[in-house]
Design a protein around this ligand. Sequence first.
Ligand SMILES: C[S@@+](CC[C@H](N)C(=O)[O-])C[C@H]1O[C@@H](n2cnc3c(N)ncnc32)[C@H](O)[C@@H]1O
Length: 207
Amino acid sequence: MSSRAFTDYIDHIGDRTGMFLTVAAHTGARRALYPGSYLDLTPSYALPDVTYLDSDARARKAFADPAALALAGRHRRYPQDPAITFVPGDYTRTLRELPAAEWDLAISLYAGPVSEHATRCLKPGGWLLVNNSHADAGLARLNPAYRLAAAIHHRASRCRLLTDNLDHYLQPKTPPHPTREQLHTTSRGIAYTRPATAYLFQRVAQA
Ligand SMILES: C[S@@+](CC[C@H](N)C(=O)[O-])C[C@H]1O[C@@H](n2cnc3c(N)ncnc32)[C@H](O)[C@@H]1O
């Protein structure tokens, strides 16, 4: 095995380094948690300490290879050596076994209802980067543990993080907004009037 598994995957999905750098700069986050990461190593290009979780054996095998750390080290945009941890298994179970309130940022991209399972691992005031695939942005919108803090538009290498007029985002094209139960049943993001690539939520203190 080599770093090829990661670079092929990142070429396939599109490099999101710019988005992670923008989020790191805005939030000051250093430790991130990425449930359902598969082979998306790019958070480690922007953030010095990332914990990846996935149930897929190919991800477990790739992250066990020293090539993962070496690749992150070559691409890192921070001074220190990268720290990478991989937790195998189903995140609905493994996230319950991780320390509470330890991470600055949780990442939820195309991997199911991560927002609900990762909350306890986030520090109060910690951040959630989430997209609308698998309905997780909608679940975060309905979750009193989170408040919307920014909308992110990322295309090619350009990333804009917007904090104004946030009430224009996450408004369903066809109201009313589905309930949590409905979103769990479909596991599909609904259409919003003003879509963004991803959304940044902040964990509210007493949730
Ligand atoms: C479509 S891929 C997305 C990978 C990556 N987040 C990205 O954006 O490129 C979804 C990944 O989530 C993982 N996944 C989905 N549900 C999971 C669960 N409950 N526990 C662990 N991994 C899960 C799958 O194994 C798969 O690797």
